[in-house]
Design a protein around this ligand. Structure first.
Ligand SMILES: Nc1ncnc2c1ncn2[C@@H]1O[C@H](COP(=O)(O)OP(=O)(O)O)[C@@H](O)[C@H]1O
Ligand SMILES: [Mg+2]
Length: 367
């Protein structure tokens, strides 16, 4: 409705996770590096946790969008599933006809399917979204599925995406075996004020907007206060604000216009007025509290900025290490593939010679 009024080719703040609108904040970039690293390991579990709307599904989709062709991905979004239902769902997502079949039958067929993929030099990836809903037994079932192997190579890798509640589930004492199979994990935090502005500008540009600024500094502040840096909340607010602006003939959004929209949304959602009683301290993110930080043992640390900078540098350095590791593993992967092809070629050549040697296929196919 408002698209042409503001010069957009498409809606800039749609809620569907669209890889074309993927904004690579520092944290999102790091999460992608972890995932790529995990993918290059080709086994086990990769876990992403984060609050509602922080971008877990978006990240997974953008990774799937540029997945190599040798990976067959299947995605499930889980309501509370029993182990049986989970196996059924996984089977059907990989194209197996599960109607009327027992769990054991489906597992058997799934194994055959994964085995045949492996024979074609391909492998399978299972993406489980909203995994915090899975009961422990269903997670355990996933772990069993990840045990399938062919010639020592795992046949199925899984990504688990979930809200914070997934963390205590995975930390449970009886999940030790599962934990040992996690190859990479990360937790998505909300964006900071600067990133929220960059996120908004990026999405506006992706939607085709060019030219003068649409939001004032004050508007950006209100947006950050409302959204607390959660992309989904930014989207909901701004989609609404653009409609409001179109109806009210607003070409540049001041803080007051956004505040009006926030008030409308709050009154519809029955959100109480911000009295600030139990609120977070009232200083912008990234800024240090005027007083020090008190640890659990009662020690007061006053040089917070110093420690923050130091940790920031450490995190950057570790990020670089991860990026290098990803590149290295990708390189090793390529070299190994090449070696494997050479090996297969040599093998077929020697078979052609019809030597007296007995074929060893039976040995290779035992799992
Ligand atoms: N890095 C990002 N780049 C672009 N859009 C994002 C990003 N992170 C989140 N979003 C947007 O925020 C909304 C919520 O993201 P989503 O991935 O569904 O969150 P989650 O799965 O963590 O609940 C979506 O509309 C998505 O478009
Ligand atoms: Mg999601």
């Amino acid at each position: 409705m408002y698209e042409s009024y503001y010069g957009f080719k498409s809606k800039p703040f749609q809620l569907t996770p669209d890889p074309a609108f993927f904004f690579a904040s520092k944290l999102h970039k790091r999460a992608i590096s972890y995932l790529q690293y995990g993918l290059s390991q080709a086994e086990g579990f990769i876990v992403i946790t984060g609050g509602v709307g922080t971008g877990k599904t978006t990240i997974a989709n953008s990774l799937l969008a540029d997945l190599q062709q040798d990976i067959v991905a299947a995605q499930i979004v889980t309501p509370k599933l029993s182990p049986d239902e989970l196996v059924k769902m996984v089977g059907s997502r990989f194209g197996i006809n599960v109607a009327g079949k027992s769990k054991a039958d489906i597992i058997g067929e799934l194994e055959k399917y994964l085995y045949s993929l492996s024979g074609q030099g391909r492998r399978a990836l299972l993406l489980v979204d909203e995994a915090q809903n899975l009961p422990l037994e269903a997670i355990e079932e996933l772990r069993m599925l990840s045990n399938f192997q062919h010639a020592g190579k795992p046949l199925l890798q899984s990504f688990l995406l979930g809200q914070q509640e997934l963390q205590p589930i995975l930390r449970a004492p009886n999940m030790e075996q599962f934990r040992q199979r996690i190859v990479a994990s990360c937790h998505l935090q909300p964006l900071n004020a600067e990133e929220v502005q960059a996120y908004i500008e990026f999405r506006l540009a992706q939607a085709g907007r060019s030219g003068s600024a649409l939001f004032t500094e004050a508007a950006y502040e209100v947006i950050f206060d409302f959204s607390k840096g959660i992309p989904r909340k930014v989207n909901t607010l701004l989609d609404r604000a653009l409609l409001f602006g179109y109806l009210e003939d607003i070409t540049v959004f001041e803080g007051s216009a956004i505040t009006q929209v926030v008030e409308e949304i709050n009154s519809e959602m029955f959100i109480a007025d911000d009295t600030g009683v139990e609120d977070e301290p009232d200083y912008a993110p990234g800024q240090t509290a005027p007083y020090g930080f008190t640890t659990r043992n009662g020690k007061t640390i006053t040089e917070i900025d110093y420690y923050k900078d130091m940790l920031g540098e450490l995190v950057d350095a570790l990020d670089d290490v991860i990026v290098h590791k990803v590149k290295l593993t990708q390189h090793i992967d390529k070299v190994m593939k090449k070696k494997y092809q050479d090996y297969m070629q040599l093998k077929s050549e020697s078979a052609d010679k019809e030597d007296t040697e007995v074929p060893r296929e039976d040995e290779l196919s035992s799992r």
